[in-house]
Design a protein around this ligand. Structure first.
Ligand code: PEP
Length: 263
């Protein structure tokens, strides 16, 4: 497999990205219904990138449901190898041929329950880019790390680890999701200024690691209990380019409201 040629892919203007991480929810039929409802509700939305990341078993039915709309398809994980004897795994090639454009990598649930490390996240980021998939790389500190004033150290380890040995041009194609672990599925949201502060830190770090434009060029999403009640104030912040939404993306009405708050 030769490297995907990103230079031929036009670099679109920075527009908000709202991605729904459906986690291990929705059978393929339920996923078809939810995606069909969203296609209808969001038919007029073309200035926000809406990405649906259902479970692997529902990728095909969601792809079918969103056909002819602006909604894009993403997966929640992948292996870094193209193929092989890796029982239970899914390859980048499989995601690509089913219609995925994005793939979430290094989600905190994968790091904590399935022992993903910065090293495996790095292998996956490189592989996704090689195949032409856009990685949504999740980084974020746990509560005890924030309380011990280690937020920046943890974020820096995650960012340095995920993008190790990558060229600036490729890093600029990636999306980062800052997801404080203490805010995921807990109902506790980082305040807009807490989130923005970390986003700024990530931008400065990327500019120091790669080139000066890198920090500004990378889309950085916030994730962690985003809901219709708080999405507008988060999305209005200077350095928040969008949201990665878990629980609230499972309901068409609440996800629609979040998408519309980014307009
Ligand atoms: C997530 O899983 O990425 C997430 C942010 O979940 P929630 O919105 O439910 O906190």
């Amino acid at each position: 497999m030769s490297m995907f040629d990103w230079s031929k892919e036009c670099k679109t203007m920075k527009i908000p990205i709202i991605a729904g991480n459906w986690k291990m929810y929705k059978t393929h039929k339920e996923a078809f219904q939810l995606a069909s409802a969203l296609k209808q509700k969001l038919a007029d939305v073309d200035r926000t990138k809406v990405v649906l990341c259902p479970p692997f078993t529902a990728l095909a039915s969601v792809k079918e449901a969103i056909e002819g709309s602006h909604i894009l398809l993403g997966a929640q994980n992948m292996h870094w190898e193209e193929k092989g004897a890796y029982t239970g795994e899914i390859s980048p090639q499989m995601l690509l041929t089913i219609g995925c454009k994005y793939v979430i990598l290094g989600h905190s649930e994968r790091r904590s329950y399935f022992f993903e490390t910065n090293e495996t996240v790095n292998l996956k980021v490189k592989s996704a880019l090689e195949f032409g998939l856009i990685p949504i790389v999740c980084v974020g500190e746990r509560l005890e790390e924030r309380e011990a004033n280690k937020t920046e150290q943890v974020i820096e380890d995650h960012v340095r680890g995920a993008f190790k040995d990558l060229a600036a041009d490729l890093v600029k194609r990636c999306v980062i999701a800052y997801e404080p672990v203490w805010a995921i599925g807990t109902g506790k949201t980082a305040t807009p200024s807490q989130a923005n502060e970390v986003h700024l830190f990530i931008r400065e770090l990327l500019s120091s690691m790669f080139d000066k434009d890198c920090g500004q060029d990378v889309n950085i999403l916030y994730g962690g209990s985003v809901k219709p009640e708080n999405s507008k104030e988060l999305l209005e912040m200077s350095d928040i380019d969008g949201a990665l939404v878990g629980g609230a993306s499972l309901d068409a009405e609440s996800f629609e409201k979040i998408v519309r708050s980014a307009i």
